[in-house]
Design a binder for this molecule. Structure first.
Ligand code: 13P
Length: 341
């Protein structure tokens, strides 16, 4: 690790979370964004995606809660209707632009129902380009699916290997890697089963990061919470989820790693905020890391549903986005009391 980069990475992380802020993931690929648009009855065009992202980045007061926004390749190149680059809108508000650099989770040959994330080829050059566009941190998502006989060790190993190689290239470029090994919520598994798989994934991941000489002080972990499958009838209380999540992370994540920023994974916005809140409130003096959010759906969904692609709904949609981000920032301090709901 080049010494200068070490300081750059630390400074970026410090700035991202200053004053207790979190991250906004707005890096849906075109496929995912179109799927969400289709579900909300919004036309799936490049202009609609641009308008939606303009709505997000121009939300008044977003910078009160959000320190960094993760963009997608299409979005980082786009502008407002007044021809201001989205990256400039964000920077002017004091929000650091980041970029998703994986090219998606694809079916893993020979491993039915499992996925491997692609995007390492040419990544060094792409990082240089994104850097010139203002990106100071990046994201790569590995996907681990739970089910009958899965995840396999091979799938976990392949995904954490890619995450480690991605993280190394980011750090070489002076870009903070967000390392995201997502254990999916889909399925009817119990919270304990999620605990066991998440623990295995994180332990395997941190060993791999060690082997690839990743500077843990210069990265951010983006994990799932430890939670029963969405189709499981046996759901746990908010406090139980918080306790299982903290225990799992404390047993697997080195204390030198500065920050954990959770994904929401399909939880309702209220549940995601309540879980983050309980983690920070109940375990205040037992967390060696900043524990915050990097939500996509749990921040965006109410705003997307309100907007529906209509200009007339922009202001109301922005208010909902602002409110969700504010709730999550309160949860980051253990001060969310559903008071803004
Ligand atoms: P969700 O919060 O919707 O899970 O998305 C977070 C994310 O960035 C997934 O890669």
């Amino acid at each position: 690790m080049i010494k200068m980069n070490k300081q750059i990475l630390k400074d970026t992380i410090q700035q991202l979370f200053v004053g207790g802020k979190g991250l906004l993931a707005m890096d849906e690929s075109n496929g995912t964004c179109n799927k969400r648009f289709a579900a909300a009855g919004i036309p799936q065009t490049i202009e609609m995606r641009r308008s939606y992202r303009e709505l997000i980045v121009t939300t008044p007061g977003l910078n009160e809660s959000i320190g960094g926004a993760i963009l997608y390749d299409e979005t980082i190149r786009q502008q407002t209707k007044d021809s201001v680059l989205f990256t400039d809108v964000l920077l002017n508000a004091g929000i650091i632009p980041g970029i998703k650099v994986d090219t998606g989770a694809k079916p893993m040959v020979g491993f039915p129902n499992e996925k491997i994330t692609e995007g390492l080829d040419g990544l060094r050059e792409r990082l240089e380009e994104y850097k010139t566009m203002g990106a100071r941190f990046a994201k790569w998502r590995g996907v681990i699916t739970m089910g009958n006989g899965i995840p396999t060790t091979a799938c976990i190993r392949a995904n954490v290997h890619a995450l480690a190689r991605y993280a190394a290239l980011c750090q070489e470029a002076g870009i903070v890697p967000i390392v995201e090994p997502e254990v999916l919520m889909t399925g009817n598994h119990s919270m304990q089963q999620c605990y066991d798989v998440t623990e295995q994934v994180l332990k395997t991941l941190f060993y791999q990061l060690y082997q690839y000489k990743i500077d843990l002080e210069g990265m951010i972990l983006k994990p799932n919470m430890v939670i029963a499958g969405a189709e499981s009838a046996a759901q746990n209380t908010i406090d139980e989820v918080a306790e299982a999540t903290v225990n799992c992370l404390r047993s697997s994540v080195p204390a030198t790693m500065p920050a954990i920023a959770f994904l929401s994974g399909g939880q309702s916005p209220e549940d995601a905020a309540a879980h983050l809140n309980a983690i920070n409130k109940n375990f205040k003096n037992h967390l060696p890391w900043i524990v915050t959010f990097s939500f996509a759906r749990a921040i965006q969904q109410p705003a997307l549903d309100k907007w529906k692609g209509a200009e007339a709904n922009i202001e109301e949609a922005q208010k909902l986005l602002y409110r969700r981000a504010k709730s999550d920032a309160a949860a980051r301090h253990g001060e969310y009391i559903a008071l803004l709901e």
